[in-house]
Write a protein that binds this ligand. Structure first.
Ligand code: FDA
Length: 398
């Protein structure tokens, strides 16, 4: 432990009482380290509480490094291998928390996300880690044998400092750029940040046409920049959301077009040719209604100005219609941004961190874990799995 005149000294100070910070605190505490977690918010784990619609999709049994975006994709492999979804599930079961698998591999609390937060706080308590809320850190200085923090609770000293302050998404939940500022202060490189897992906003013309059917959802296969997701799309009064759109948003950059197959699993061209032959009086709208929610089918038909019986369509017209159905091109005007984004892409460049301990290579007592780091998961429990795994990796070393 660092020697200070105040007695306000800890082996480990963790900034951020979120998913990664609390996991790290319990892990370090069980190693006999004197741990303090500081957070400026009034309550810990706010994002845990709001996650998964209040039931926290706390991990994904099928999580692999392929479920993560990073400028340095192999970085996350080590931590994820050493603390797996199964490890977290064992912890959840030890605490008697009832859970259920929704989509393949996605584990949710049966009752409430509160169960996960209470479990983490209980673990911190058992491990002797102190969690102090409503405390802001005003400055971080390097000290003789660690770090000195100026905080609203006075000066604090620690040997190891762990930054677990998360990303920029949902500022009303306490998100801040604090972690990036600390990284910059100690000379670490940052990769540009942007909102991920976020709904799209649309150009006024398309928005106006889709607004009347907000609330309608259907499975689509959306492509952008070599990634694609076959999941439901939801039309909202602001634009497009639902799992497929949230997932692809992490791969989208301003100006990119999305290519959406609204009839995944169907060969629209073959279907339309066959239908024209068998029922020449039928319409494209009728065909769409066989496969899509009625309101979406009608709106999509009207958007493309399709009318009249199929017998009036030449081959080239049917080819064009089939092409639109399987590759509907949408150029979003933007995203809803950090206000509603589930995650922040980019952040602390992992090339400067140890993949074993999460410590800065040039500053071995300074750790970065969770969302502040340039590792971002797909939707479906992967982001929490990264928070747990990176928290444990740092907690075993700090
Ligand atoms: P997290 O954001 O959890 O914690 C950071 C903590 O640092 C906060 O308590 C904050 O107050 C504190 N802090 C910030 N700045 C500070 C400062 N300057 N000083 C002191 N403290 C500071 N993931 C998933 O896997 N399954 C899911 O179901 C969901 N659902 C979901 C829903 C919604 C609405 C959102 C916004 C996000 C999700 N996520 C998710 C993503 C998940 O919540 C996220 O990846 C993790 O919470 C990241 O954990 P961290 O501990 O890194 O940050």
């Amino acid at each position: 432990m660092s020697q200070t005149p105040s007695g306000n000294d800890y082996d480990v100070i963790i900034i951020g009482a979120g998913a990664a910070g609390l996991m790290c605190a319990a892990t370090a505490g069980y190693r006999g380290r004197r741990v303090l977690v500081l957070d400026h918010a009034n309550k810990p784990g706010k994002k845990i509480l709001m996650s998964g619609g209040g039931r926290c999709n706390f991990t994904n049994l099928n999580s692999t490094p392929a479920n993560f975006l990073s400028d340095n994709p192999s970085y996350c492999i080590s931590a994820l291998k050493r603390y797996t979804a199964q490890d977290f599930l064992e912890l959840v079961e030890r605490h008697g928390i009832e859970h259920e698998e929704k989509a393949a591999g996605q584990l949710f609390c049966k009752d409430s996300a509160k169960d996960i937060l209470n479990m983490l706080l209980t673990e911190c308590d058992w491990a002797g880690a102190e969690v102090r809320m409503k405390t802001s850190v005003e400055a971080v200085h390097e000290a003789d044998s660690g770090y000195r923090l100026e905080s609203t609770a006075g000066q604090l000293w620690c040997e190891s400092l762990v930054i677990a302050s998360g990303g920029l998404s949902i500022p009303t939940m306490g998100a801040s750029g604090f972690g990036y500022d600390v990284a910059r202060q100690f000379g670490l490189r940052l990769l540009p940040t942007r909102a991920g897992l976020v709904p799209f906003t649309l150009q006024p013309q398309l928005k106006e046409k889709l607004e009347p059917i907000s609330g309608v959802s259907c499975p689509v296969d959306v492509h952008c920049n070599q990634a694609h997701f076959l999941e439901p799309m939801l039309v909202t009064h602001r634009g497009l959301s639902g799992p497929s759109m949230l997932q692809i948003s992490s791969y989208w950059s301003p100006g990119d077009a999305l290519s959406v197959n609204v009839l995944p699993g169907q060969n629209a061209r073959e279907d339309l040719y066959a239908l024209r032959k068998q029922k020449p009086q039928s319409t494209i709208a009728q065909y769409l209604m066989q496969h899509l929610p009625k309101r979406f089918a009608q709106a999509f038909n009207d958007l493309n100005g399709w009318s009249g019986p199929l017998q009036g369509y030449k081959n080239a017209d049917l080819d064009t219609a089939a092409d639109i159905l399987s590759r509907w091109q949408i150029k979003p005007s933007g995203t809803e941004g950090y206000r509603t984004a589930e995650v922040t892409l980019g952040g602390v460049d992992t090339r400067q961190l140890s993949s074993k301990t999460m410590a800065a290579l040039e500053k071995p007592n300074l750790y970065f874990i969770g969302e502040v780091v340039d590792v971002t998961g797909h939707l479906g429990g992967h982001n929490f799995q990264w928070a747990w795994a990176s928290g444990v990796a740092a907690g075993n070393d700090a």
